[in-house]
Design a protein around this ligand. Structure first.
Ligand code: C2O
Ligand code: CU
Length: 482
């Protein structure tokens, strides 16, 4: 791929930074497992902290974190339970929390100025909603996101099915990508125009659950449900589990017909989640690689699966069913749908001459002087200044909407819709095989897709690119459900 911004040589830097012999923290600290049942309230404190990102024998990294750790605590509840989270802002700038992918009432969506006043330093905010959908979700700030998420503010939110599938272990990997300096501190060049107008902030250090990992201990014969969450600002992952045949059972939290990934590669754009069923097919003491080769010429080893010496857990593979029950998402009524077109424009090597910025036609040159590089339907949005966004269109409640999204740029864009889950109907005119339910859909350069959903959640909802630098440089919009 020719369009990746020339970031620093990843694999060499990563080798420089990787501590030897680190085994992954396979299990994340959990906040109040089944908090709702015990009627507990979860407390999240967003503030500065330090984390051992590159290993215990290396310098600590100054981060921003929830409850002092990266990722923030894994919140686990059960479908149908009520989640109550009190967020305290101990940063010295405003923040909010967005519950990415899970359908909430608008007032709980965490978008500054659109759905709530940002949480001022020293203030708290109570988020409270019912977990209607089961699945793998995550939480992160929606204010100044490219800096706040980039410094470590994110955590997993797992909603368990009432009747989960049978696996030996249920494991979460929150993937992130950091741009670190030699002393393991975070490079301060957030928002530089190169990142904003090209592939986003692609870093040089990839972590699983907040640290560089050399090996992940596994046992022969076991079946793992592996929940992957991409919390990176800009990096897209393309994971190969060498010697294994993972099956995708959920995308963005929602069950999908279990299938092996196209080409054997699990592609995960920023903000996306994929649940895999991974049968540990190697024998005792085997060692296999997990490789990320999404960007051509920049493949690297993410970690090894390191088999223990124990005999296999079972002699033949498990034949327990792995299909997940459907979530209660309304089925789009395509015959009576209203159709809208959304065009993504801008970026380097694009053809965009200019866009509307704050109601004024502005040429690309003066846009770039103000750090703006992208547009949706010809409009560049900038909510850092607290500008309230006018919706690009308004939907009647319970109406089915088909959006045809055209990527008129030479860059990838994972587009995220708040408050709803949509089906991906087609790509470049071809119907999708699985009609996946998603909340974030990756568009390749020049790709055209169609998505459909029932507009059953009233409010103003963001529709934006989840490459956080693209979002900050104007690639966002809102849709109103009245
Ligand atoms: Cu994950 Cu609008 O966000
Ligand atoms: Cu984008």
């Amino acid at each position: 791929m020719s369009t990746l911004s020339p970031s620093r040589p990843l694999s060499r830097r990563r080798l420089l930074l990787a501590g030897g012999g680190l085994a992954a923290g396979f299990v994340l600290p959990r906040a109040n497992l089944f908090a709702a049942e015990s009627n507990a309230t979860i407390h999240l404190n967003a503030g500065p902290g330090t984390a051992s990102v590159v290993g215990p024998d290396r310098p600590q990294t100054a981060v921003w974190a929830y409850n002092g750790r990266v990722p923030g605590p894994e919140i686990r509840i059960r479908q149908g339970d009520r989640l109550r989270v009190v967020v305290t802002n101990s940063l010295d700038e405003e923040t909010t929390v967005h519950w990415h992918g899970i359908r909430t009432p608008n007032a709980m969506d965490g978008v500054p100025h659109l759905t709530q006043k940002p949480i001022a330093p020293g203030e708290t905010f109570l988020y409270e909603f019912d977990a209607v959908d089961a699945g793998t979700f995550w939480y992160h700030p929606h204010h100044h996101s490219h800096v706040q998420v980039g410094r470590g503010l994110y955590g997993p939110l797992i909603v368990e099915e009432r009747d989960p599938i049978q696996v030996d272990r249920d494991v979460t990997w929150v993937l992130d990508d950091w741009r670190l300096l030699e002393d393991a501190s975070i490079s301060n060049d957030f928002g530089n125009f190169m990142d904003m107008s090209h592939a986003g902030r692609v870093g040089n250090t990839v972590t699983i659950n907040g640290r560089v990992v050399d090996e992940v201990p596994v046992r022969a014969g076991e079946r793992v449900r592996l929940r992957l969450i991409n919390a990176a600002n800009g990096r897209i992952f393309g994971l190969r589990f060498k010697g294994h045949s993972p099956r995708i059972i959920a995308i963005d939290g929602h069950g999908v017909e279990p299938h092996e990934p196209a080409d054997g590669r699990v592609v995960l754009a920023p903000a996306q989640r994929i649940d895999l069923v991974l049968d540990m097919e190697g024998g005792p003491n085997a060692r296999t690689e997990v490789v990320d080769d999404f960007y051509e010429g920049l493949a690297y080893r993410l970690a090894d699966l390191a088999y223990g010496a124990e005999p296999p857990l079972r002699s033949a593979g498990s034949d327990a069913p792995v299909r997940l029950p459907a979530n209660p998402v309304a089925e789009p009524d395509l015959a009576n749908a209203v159709r809208h077109a959304v065009t993504l424009g801008g970026g380097m090597m694009g053809m965009m001459a200019g866009a509307m910025v704050h109601g004024r036609m502005t040429d690309m040159r003066s846009m770039t002087r103000h750090g703006m590089a992208w547009a949706i339907n010809g409009v560049t949005h900038d909510h850092a200044q607290g500008h309230v966004m006018d919706p690009i269109f308004t939907l009647k409640r319970n109406q089915t909407c088909v959006i045809a999204v055209a990527n008129d740029t030479v860059w990838h864009h994972p587009m995220h819709l708040h408050g709803h889950t949509f089906r991906v109907l087609s790509r470049n005119g071809e119907p999708t095989r699985y009609r996946e339910w998603q909340d974030t859909v990756l568009l390749s350069p020049r790709e055209r897709i169609e998505i459909a959903f029932v507009a059953d959640n009233p409010g103003d909802w963001m529709f934006h690119c989840h490459i956080l630098e693209h979002q900050a440089a104007g690639m966002m919009s809102a849709i109103r459900v009245a």
